[in-house]
Write a protein that binds this ligand. Structure first.
Ligand code: PLP
Length: 445
């Protein structure tokens, strides 16, 4: 199809996710191919993939080992159902995931996206207590500004107002406690911010623990809520409180898993062992839609019974455990080992941190938050008072459009610019991407 026709049809036929199509019509973009950390549009213009194709690409595009693994699996079978039947790549991947994640996690339930993995985690937690005879433990506790995907269950434990308010009548109620957001907090010391947030959770669990099935939160970094890093000791504190009050801890590692925060999984920063953990995005190196919900053996055992007891987990998706996806995930994990990717991430994290110092001096950069290669740059009207830009000005959106003109793709979270490069970006690439962000910010603020 002619390139102009492609662009026209993209406007006429598609309905893009999280996109106001009126905006898209003004600035359409059709990606034609990718190579390494670059993407190319129909005009042949190249862009850095500055958001890892929505936080999931790891080793770059057209990575030979991943391409080959998928082709090899295609020679065997593309997909068979996991309902009542296992398959080799799904088994091998489960073994690798169990090896890599905290020791108590011993069972893997597959799905196809982060949100599905979250739905599964919620339903497992809910049914776990029922199967054990605790009918009252039905509620979830979540943190303000948390994000867990866009399905109805996931938004019910989410709290990003702009995404979720419309659907309130559709959602089930969950309890919210404040997330320990350091920026703009009236308490200047992150230790106090942490302790205050933990005290609120303690009160909630003391008062309502008997009706609470689980606490759910993201691992170390609140991603879509604006890239807010938890103060040290918070997640560990949450785990201790959950244990004390007999409530499960569910950690959502959909965005943070597979090295993004500088550890293979973010929970490793605090040696936290969740009861349930979700992974997706980077699991296949950003190639195919596989997700997984991992649980402890204790949880699994609460479902294991004679069929007539009706303790089965009645949940599944058609493409769950897809062989091509599992084969890609296995090849992805091989690359992590062979190429010492985590050491590379550590070095690149330090490099990025140093380079971002230059941006701190810009008059409208209010805060730069980073853990590993997960970065948010918050733009503000007034640096001293931290007053945001009027939201209708959409400074974040305008800045990423400017970045696009300069040859780099990303998407903002409000006025926070997301910088999540593929780990395969060279130092030169990282430097160039940071320069583009600097130039774009200067241009738009
Ligand atoms: N959980 C977290 C923490 C996420 O950041 C996301 C997506 O960004 C999701 C869940 C949803 O994942 P998916 O988009 O694959 O449904």
């Amino acid at each position: 199809m002619e390139k102009d026709m492609l662009i026209q049809k993209s406007k006429d036929l598609l309905w893009l996710p999280f996109t106001q199509m009126k905006d898209y019509e003004e600035d359409p973009l059709v990606i034609e191919h990718g190579e390494g950390v670059r993407l190319y549009d129909t005009e042949g213009k190249s862009y850095y993939d500055g958001y890892s194709s929505l936080w999931l690409n790891v080793h770059g595009h057209k990575k030979k080992e991943l391409d080959d693994a998928i082709k090899e699996q295609l020679g065997k079978v593309a997909h068979t159902t996991l309902l009542g039947a296992a398959n080799r790549p799904a088994i091998e991947l489960a073994e690798r995931l169990i090896d890599l994640t905290p020791a108590p996690l011993k069972r893997v339930f597959y799905s196809d996206s982060g949100a599905e993995a979250v739905e599964i985690g919620l339903k497992i937690a809910f049914q776990y207590w029922r199967n054990k005879g605790y009918q009252d433990k039905t509620k979830f506790v979540t943190v303000t500004n948390g994000y867990h995907g866009d399905t109805v269950g996931a938004i019910s434990v989410g709290a990003v107002d702009i995404f979720h308010t419309t659907y309130k009548p559709l959602m089930f109620d969950s309890y919210k406690v404040p997330f320990p957001t350091v920026y703009r907090n009236e308490l200047p010391d992150p230790v106090d911010v942490r302790d205050q947030a933990l005290a609120e959770l303690e009160t909630m669990l003391s008062e309502k623990g008997k009706e609470i099935a689980a606490v759910i939160m993201e691992g170390m970094v609140q991603g879509a809520g604006g890239m807010h890093v938890m103060p040290n000791g918070y997640l560990k504190g949450v785990k201790n409180l959950c244990k004390k009050h007999d409530v499960l801890l569910i950690v959502d590692e959909v965005a943070t898993g597979f090295g993004r925060t500088g550890k293979m999984f973010a929970v490793e920063h605090e040696e936290v062992e969740p009861d349930i953990m979700m992974v997706a995005k980077g699991i296949t190196g950003g190639y195919l839609p596989i997700a997984a919900t991992l649980t402890t053996e204790e949880i699994y055992k609460a479902f294991y019974a004679d069929y007539a007891e009706l303790k089965t987990f009645f949940h599944g998706h058609s493409y769950t455990g897809n062989q091509l996806g599992c084969a890609a995930a296995l090849a992805n994990l091989d690359i992590f080992e062979k190429e010492n990717v985590m050491e590379d991430v550590e070095r690149k994290t330090a490099f990025v941190k140093e380079k971002l110092e230059a941006l701190k001096a810009l008059p409208h950069v209010g805060d730069i938050r980073q853990l590993g290669l997960m970065v948010g740059i918050e733009l503000v009207l007034d640096k001293e008072t931290k007053q945001p830009f009027p939201w209708v000005e959409r400074i974040g959106y305008q800045t990423t459009l400017e970045m696009r003109k300069l040859g780099m793709l990303s998407r903002p979270l409000g006025d926070t610019i997301v910088f999540m490069p593929p780990y395969a970006s060279s130092y030169e690439d990282l430097d160039a991407m940071i320069s583009i962000m600097e130039q774009a910010i200067k241009e738009t603020t």
